[in-house]
Design a protein around this ligand. Sequence first.
Ligand code: DGY
Length: 423
Amino acid sequence: MDDQVLKSHDETARDILRANDRGGYTVPTAGLYPYQWNWDSVFAAMGFATFDRDRAWRELETLFDAQWPDGMVPHIVFRADEPSYFPGPSVWQANKGPLPSSGISQPPVAATVIRLLADLDPGRAERLFDPLDRWHRWFHAARDPDGIGVIAITHPWESGRDNLPDWDKPGDAIDVSGVGAYTRRDTSLVDNDQRPKKKDYDRYLALVQFGVDRGWDPARIAAETPFFVADPGITAILLRAERDLRAMAQTFGRDTAEIDARIARLEAGHERLWNAQAKAYVSRDTRTGELAPWATSASFLPLYAGVTARKAALLETLDGFAGAVRFTVPSFDPRSDLFDPLRYWRGPVWAMMNWMIADGLARCGEDTRAARIRSDTAKLIRQSGFAEYFGPVGAEPCGGGGFSWTAAIWLAWGLSDTKEGPC
Ligand code: DGY
């Protein structure tokens, strides 16, 4: 009998994290993503913490080893040159940190996870406090330079939700005429229909070139880029992270005044992203002031950030999503014409988004809805393995396989206690 059949899901999940371990940092999956990615790494630490605490802390510490002098923690850390990934370090030319890296950041989930793990080793948590504080401060200065309380992304990759329909229209302003010829590697590893289109990649590369041309200076980028889009995902994740940082500040006897001011700004800023028609927090193109007309899975993250003023309307939208698919939570509104069930962030379900959304629901007393999301996540993984993302209708395993954050969420969420059996 096949060994895999005999292995429990817990064992398989642990084996995935071990196999993706490159010595102190974890790749999201071999081949497709052969470097250390920021939020992938933080979720991987949650998984490691269930069976190897030291390794969990190492994961977080190695991520902060790449922090730039201005406080930014990059979205990719390039410790080697891997031909299976494009665009690599020679394209990014972002040499402002202690290690080769990309020139943008990613959703700052780290403070939340470090707070969760802090009891295991308060000393190691405290050593990461100042780096976290500097990173959060950087987000406010670099991505909200006018101090309006919403965090903008300067590249779709910065949101972590690369080809979301939200970036389509703001992206029309990006000049792709200088991009030239290039060879993608992702589509030789994953089905084309599950990845962003060429039009998206042209924009991704044009924005990388834009950053290179400005020496990755965040002030120049914020002032000059055509793509500066306020994102409800990164804004809510930062707000939650600020609250967790504040709790750690109290534990460690630090002053909280500056963190309090940042929290107040982000709480107020959320209202700017409210779209009453869509009944959701949505992205806003800061160049035109236009709100996205639809909800996405990030629309529910304000609950994870403790913003509950619009809870009833958000639940109605969430129920609308849930009623249109078999497995929650699709990354994009399944009732929209642009819903594309297998194409990356235009429809599929992502385990780590589910963890954050369900955490937010549970925090505001919505235990039944949180339980459905947790159980759907377990069903998807039981049925289709530890894929990068899943089809919300047919449970198809999509993107890369043996995926670190899917394995980590399985372990950290304790999904082995959900009911076995077919869905
Ligand atoms: C990719 O290469 O697809 C990544 O999402 C970039 O962060």
